[in-house]
Design a protein around this ligand. Structure first.
Ligand code: HEM
Length: 204
């Protein structure tokens, strides 16, 4: 790695992120297919029965990738400091060019909240998905299964709000960020502007 670059995430984390993202999109497309009984989507997956099988197993891949994010991100996201409070009170500086933000650590409060939202929604959608998958039979749905359908669908809708915001923030709103999930590295000066406290901790 050249001197003016800094490593933000590992190769394994990049692999886990894209496994999660790609499985997420397959789940969203097939999920819409089920929700609105979209014939075109169903046939693209080889029929609704096969789409169900694919949806379930891709869900397992998504849940496994989500689980692997815990080791790096959960301790970081739960460490909430006064710098995070300041970041939130100024909405990350997104609403005013004059906003003065304290130096940020590895990830900012917005990213911490994104992580917690993905973890909570991802856990809820995975657990309820398994309950729906393994339900006894359609004729007598018990209340646990009905509640699972409700939670599964609510988490789906919330994901559809959270993830487009995340993608916008990680691309158009903050040019240069996408490199983190491609090469794992960013220029030190770029990182210093956004994560000065972390850059200093890393000894740059
Ligand atoms: C095309 C789609 C996506 C793009 C371009 C994208 C981009 C990124 C980038 C660049 C980062 C690193 C941010 C940083 O460390 O400063 C990141 C982190 C992350 N992404 Fe994504 N992502 C996408 C889809 C997803 C999906 C579908 C999920 C979850 C369902 C997800 C969950 C996360 C999480 C939990 C993090 C760590 C927290 C954070 O740094 O914000 N991403 N993403």
């Amino acid at each position: 790695m050249s001197n003016n670059m800094i490593k933000k995430v590992s190769g394994l984390e990049i692999l886990v992120h894209w496994t999660m993202a790609i499985s997420f999109f397959i789940l969203v497309i097939s999920g819409f297919g089920f929700m609105f009984h979209m014939e075109g989507v169903g046939s693209a997956f080889g029929g609704f029965e096969q789409m169900k099988t694919i949806h379930n197993w891709v869900g397992v891949v998504f849940a496994a990738a989500l689980f692997l994010t815990i080791f790096h991100y959960l301790p970081v996201a739960l460490k909430f400091t006064s710098d995070d409070a300041a970041w939130l009170s100024k909405a990350g500086g997104y609403l005013s060019k004059k906003a003065q933000l304290p130096p940020q650590d590895e990830i900012n409060a917005g990213q911490k909240l994104l992580y917690i939202a993905v973890l909570v929604l991802g856990t809820a959608i995975s657990v309820t998905g398994v309950i729906i998958w393994l339900r006894p039979d359609m004729a007598n749905l018990n209340s646990a299964v009905l509640l699972s359908f409700l939670i599964h669908n609510i988490s789906f809708v919330l994901f559809l709000i959270v993830i487009p915001v995340h993608i916008y923030m990680a691309t158009l709103a903050n040019p240069g960020t996408l490199r983190i999930m491609i090469s794992g590295t960013v220029p030190v000066e770029w990182a210093r502007k956004r994560h000065a406290k972390w850059v200093q901790k890393m000894g740059y």
